[in-house]
Design a protein around this ligand. Structure first.
Ligand code: UDP
Ligand code: MN
Length: 244
């Protein structure tokens, strides 16, 4: 059987949340052998997300962990606790006999279906280009003779792994074999989450280049504009309550 792709999505309550999750589900439900681990940044599983998941047509696990407010300042890494909660779930619920690939799928990015075909064969840690990050139209691993030899990026090329969260996947057995590997709050500089995590589980020379030796962009770090809600009524509200 094909290895299961476990997509870890941190998500938080805001006006566009349901629209984002809808867009994601439309891609994910077309991927065979796929398991969505959705981790809400909230004190409970919200009713909206609970209902959404029940009807989305994607096999899923619904978790939640609230980010302490002291970690919610600008410039601080986002969704550290949520990603770690998903890793803890995998380590608890999956074992040596489970074939899988773990991928971090933020809720606002755009995913081509081909990306999942590419990552499915990840034996250790695989990498590929990501559109719209690093201050350039894309960032990518530089590949020579099948090995990663550096990074094309517009931002801090000195990073040991100059890739975005959407730019790599990890075999489930690597996650299980490194039970202490996780995303760090303490000592992690902004934008260094990926490098801090990857250096706990792999070496640059062991990375597996995907997407035609990292020459194709199959995922985009898109960001959704905040809707303008300045004209929301304060008093004479609509006659019915509608979930958006
Ligand atoms: N996120 C979260 N809590 C927050 C902010 C963000 O769970 O307080 C999630 C968000 O839904 C997304 C991921 O963390 O899946 C990355 O956040 P964002 O897309 O805002 O980061 P950026 O694109 O700016 O790196
Ligand atoms: Mn984002």
């Amino acid at each position: 059987a094909l290895p299961v792709i476990y997509a870890i999505t941190p998500t938080y309550t805001r006006p566009v949340q349901k629209a984002e999750l809808t867009r994601l589900a439309h891609a994910f439900r077309q991927v065979p052998r796929f398991h969505w681990i959705l981790v809400e940044d909230s004190t409970t599983r919200t009713d909206m997300v609970t209902r959404f998941l029940a009807g989305c047509g994607v096999p899923y696990t619904h978790l939640h962990v609230f980010t302490p407010r002291r970690f919610k300042r600008t410039g601080m890494p986002r969704a550290t606790e949520q990603r770690n909660a998903a890793l803890a779930w995998l380590r608890q619920r999956r074992g040596r006999r489970d074939a899988g690939v773990v991928f971090f799928a933020d809720d606002d990015n755009t995913y081509s279906l081909e990306l999942f075909e590419e990552m499915r064969s990840t034996r250790g840690v695989s990498v590929w280009p990501v559109g719209f990050v690093g201050g350039r139209s894309y960032e990518r691993p530089l590949v020579s003779e099948g090995k990663v030899i550096g990074w094309y990026t517009g931002w801090r090329p000195d990073r040991p792994f100059a890739t975005d969260m959407a730019g790599f996947a990890v075999n489930l057995q690597v996650i299980l074999a490194n039970p202490r590997a996780q995303f760090k709050r303490r000592g992690s500089q902004p934008g260094m989450q990926e490098s801090d995590f990857l250096k706990q589980i792999t070496k640059v020379t062991d990375l597996e280049p995907k997407a035609n030796n990292c020459t194709r962009v199959l995922v985009w770090h898109t960001r959704t504009e905040k809707p303008h809600l300045a004209n929301e009524p304060k008093h004479r509200k609509d006659t019915v309550v509608i979930e958006v």
